[in-house]
Ligand binder design. Structure first.
Ligand code: GDP
Length: 307
């Protein structure tokens, strides 16, 4: 991911670095190229416009243009603005005021519920298992998983099998039980058995559909999750961002898990998600294996893009 964006930007910046002095016109020309590169990487237009405006404003200042290394300074400004665009607020894992290197900010009296939502095929069930494994191994939490997907017959079985593979308990299935009732039962079981976290994997949907949304809202109202994570496929670019926005408008999400960041997508979803939804990318999926999950670090991604 990000390869072609990274190549394009390094082309622009190599030219800037070679020049000793920079005029306003040089900066404007470079910004036009950066704009095209971002749009081609499938970054949302309002995000691109805002980014270019901020970088231009900071670059065209007297001190930058008159400095000994104006090209380097502009690159530093782009770097910092990229981090801001990816999210460098207090709620990210790697910020000083963040949640201390934990996988998720799971505040509250245990067992705390985490609701996983998303479109079918986005990687929701896989991500549920990956997060459960990481919470268990890295954060030493006792985790219970439950599948609330009563629509797809194999879904509950899929989570159980994954649970067995990674050594995480799943709630035993009772045939015919509704999603809200499974969620209630999961919370009761977790309370009785001393679990810290309950991961609730909701039914996927082909698109944002009213029936399923009502079901998830009923579950949310029942368990009051501390985190509601939307799993979105990074390879679907700006579609992933619009899915996140509509889930947020209807349900309220606390963060995003971007799956398939190992694919060779253009990176637009990762780059626009925070700015468009206002919600942090909490974690990224980097493969099919249960360990292929990483914290999202804006500074690392910016470093990868700028080489
Ligand atoms: P769900 O319908 O949203 O629950 O989707 P699944 O969790 O069943 O995932 C659908 C497919 O995507 C499976 O084959 C997963 O192995 C695969 N998958 C999920 N996350 C990732 C990821 O981060 N990288 C890659 N390469 N594949 C993934």
């Amino acid at each position: 991911m990000f390869e072609s964006l990274s190549d394009r930007l390094s082309g622009v910046f190599d030219k800037l670095k070679k020049r000793g002095a920079l005029s306003e016109a040089d900066i404007s020309a470079a910004m036009r190229e950066v704009r095209v590169a971002l749009l081609e990487a499938d970054v949302a237009l309002p995000v691109v416009k805002d980014f270019i405006a901020k970088v231009s404003e900071k670059s065209i200042g007297h001190a930058i243009l008159k400095s000994v290394t104006p090209g380097q300074q502009v690159i530093k400004i782009v770097h910092d603005e990229l981090i801001a665009m990816l999210g460098s607020g207090e709620d990210e894992a790697d910020s000083p005021g963040g949640f201390g290197g934990q996988t998720l900010p799971l505040l509250g009296v245990p067992p705390v519920p985490v609701l996983m939502v998303g479109l079918q095929g986005s990687g929701k069930t896989t991500s549920t298992a990956k997060i459960a494994k990481r919470l268990s191994e890295k954060d030493h939490k006792r985790v219970l998983m439950a599948s609330l997907d009563t629509r797809r017959p194999a879904a509950q079985e899929q989570l159980r099998v994954l649970g067995e593979q990674i050594g995480i308990k799943t709630l035993p299935v009772i045939e015919g039980q509704m999603a809200v009732d499974i969620a209630r039962r999961a919370m009761e079981a977790a309370r009785l058995q001393g679990f810290d976290v309950v991961m609730l994997d909701t039914a996927g949907r082909m698109h944002v559909d009213d029936d399923l949304m009502r079901e998830v809202i009923a579950v949310r109202d029942q368990v009051k999750p501390v985190e509601t994570l939307l799993v979105a496929d990074a390879l679907t670019g700006q579609d992933a961002v619009s899915v996140a926005r509509s889930f947020d408008e209807r349900l309220g999400i606390t963060g995003v898990v971007l799956s398939r960041m190992d694919g060779d997508g253009r990176g637009g979803a990762a780059l626009s998600m925070r700015a468009i939804t206002g919600k942090p990318i909490r974690l990224i999926g980097t493969g099919e294996k249960p360990d292929a999950l990483e914290a999202f670090h804006p500074s690392r991604i910016a470093g990868r893009i700028l080489g």
